[in-house]
Write a protein that binds this ligand. Structure first.
Ligand SMILES: CC(C)(COP(=O)(O)OP(=O)(O)OC[C@H]1O[C@@H](n2cnc3c(N)ncnc32)[C@H](O)[C@@H]1OP(=O)(O)O)[C@@H](O)C(=O)NCCC(=O)NCCS
Length: 325
C-alpha cells in the first residue's frame, strides 16, 4: 500500500455576504439569537450565475495550482455535494469539463456534511492501491438554492462555498487512519423531501415547500456531539494516537456549541480547534474543505502536524480522517 497525502488545497467563496442583520429584515430573528445559539455572524450566497460546479471549479483550480499539477494530471475527480447542478449528469463530470481534466474518472458522493471526508476516504483507496496517481476531491454546495428563506429555524444556519484538495502518493506522513459510518434510521431528521423519485416535483410539492431543507435541529444536536467524539476516538485508536497528539482539529462547522462540547469531551483546548463558522455558517460538505484550506493558508497547519478532520451530517453519516501533514 502506498502512503497517501494531501498535496494541495483550494477554496472559493461567493462574493455576496448575508449578515445576521440582513436576516433580521427577512424573518423573525436577531443577531443575538443566531450568534449565541450557533456562533454564526454571516454567510456567503452564490450569485444567480453561480452553480455548484462553478464554485467547485474555482476551488479546484486553486488546489491544482497549490499542488503544482495540471488538470490533465488528474486520474480521479470526486465531488461531494447535496446540491448538484442538476439530478444528472454528475457535478463531477461538469467540473471535469470546466477544468479540461480529460483523463479523470468522475463521480459524485452524497454524504451531506461528511461528504468531503467520505470523498477523501474513497480517493485514498484508489491511490493507496496504485490504481490512480492523482485525485481531486471537492466539497461544494449552493445550499441557498434549497434553503427556505421563510423558515427561521433553518435559514439562519446555511451558506454557500467550495473547498478542494488534491491527493497523491507521498513519501512520508499523509493519511494515518480513517473511519466512517452511517445510520439510516435517523434519515428523517434532516432531508429535502421532494424533487426525487419519492416525491417528484409537482405544483403540490412546491406549494407545500417540500423542495427545501427540513430539519429537526434539536434531535440532531443530541446525537452530534457523541458522534463526533466517538468518530474522533476510533480514528485516533486506529492510528495508535491520543487526543493530546492532535495539533489541530478541523471539525464540521454546524454549530459552535456542538464543536466546543466535542472539544471539551475530547480534552482538547479551544486553540486546537479550527473555526470558520462565524464567517460562512454551515456549508455542508464545503465546511471541512474550506476550513482545511484556510487553516493551511493562515499557517495554522505546519509540516509534521497531526490534523484531525471530523464531520457528521444528514443520513446520518459521519467520518474522520487523521493526517500527518
Ligand atoms: C438549530 C439549532 C441552532 C437550534 O438551537 P436550539 O438551542 O436547539 O433552539 P431550539 O430549536 O430549541 O429553539 C429555541 C427557541 O428559539 C426559537 N428559534 C428557532 N430559530 C430561531 C431563530 N432563527 N431566531 C430566533 N428564534 C428562533 C424556536 O422557535 C424556539 O422558540 P420556543 O422556545 O418559543 O419554541 C440547534 O438545535 C442546532 O444547531 N442543531 C444541530 C443542527 C445541525 O447540526 N444541523 C446540521 C447537521 S450537519
Amino acid at each position: 500500500m502506498k502512503k497517501v497525502g494531501i498535496i494541495g488545497v483550494g477554496e472559493y467563496l461567493p462574493k455576496k455576504i448575508l449578515t445576521n442583520a440582513d436576516l433580521e429584515k427577512m424573518v423573525d430573528t436577531s443577531d443575538e439569537w443566531i450568534t449565541t445559539r450557533t456562533g454564526i455572524k454571516e454567510r456567503r450566497i452564490a450569485s444567480s450565475q453561480e452553480a455548484t460546479s462553478d464554485l467547485a471549479t474555482n476551488a479546484a483550480k486553486e488546489a491544482l495550482k497549490d499542488a503544482r499539477l495540471k488538470p490533465q494530471d488528474l486520474d480521479l475527480i470526486i465531488i461531494a455535494t447535496i446540491t448538484p447542478d442538476m439530478q444528472f449528469p454528475s457535478t463531477a463530470c461538469l467540473v471535469q469539463a470546466n477544468l479540461g481534466a480529460k483523463n479523470a474518472v468522475c463521480f459524485d458522493i452524497s454524504a451531506a456534511c461528511a461528504g468531503f471526508v467520505y470523498a477523501i476516504i474513497v480517493a485514498q483507496q484508489f491511490i493507496a492501491r496504485g490504481t490512480y496517481k492523482n485525485a481531486l476531491v471537492v466539497g461544494t454546495e449552493v445550499l441557498s438554492s434549497i434553503t427556505d428563506w421563510e423558515d427561521r429555524s433553518t435559514c439562519v444556519l446555511f451558506g454557500d462555498g467550495a473547498g478542494a484538495a488534491v491527493l497523491s502518493e507521498v513519501k512520508s506522513g499523509g493519511i494515518l487512519s480513517t473511519y466512517f459510518g452511517s445510520d439510516g434510521s435517523m434519515a428523517n431528521l434532516l432531508m429535502m423531501p421532494a424533487g426525487g423519485s419519492r416525491n417528484p416535483t409537482t405544483h403540490k410539492t412546491i406549494d407545500k415547500r417540500l423542495h427545501y431543507i427540513k430539519m429537526e435541529g434539536n434531535e440532531i444536536f443530541k446525537s452530534a456531539v457523541k458522534i463526533m467524539v466517538d468518530t474522533a476516538q476510533i480514528a485516533l485508536k486506529q492510528a495508535g494516537l491520543k487526543c493530546s497528539d492532535v495539533d489541530l482539529v478541523i471539525p464540521h462547522q454546524a454549530n459552535v456549541r456542538i464543536i466546543m462540547a466535542m472539544a471539551k469531551r475530547l480534552g482538547l483546548p479551544s486553540d486546537r480547534v479550527f473555526l470558520n463558522i462565524e464567517k460562512y455558517g454551515n456549508m455542508s460538505s464545503a465546511s471541512t474543505a474550506t476550513a482545511l484550506c484556510e487553516a493551511v493558508k493562515v499557517g495554522r497547519i505546519k509540516k509534521g502536524d497531526i490534523i484531525l478532520l471530523d464531520a457528521f451530517g444528514a443520513g446520518l453519516v459521519w467520518g474522520a480522517c487523521l493526517i500527518k501533514w
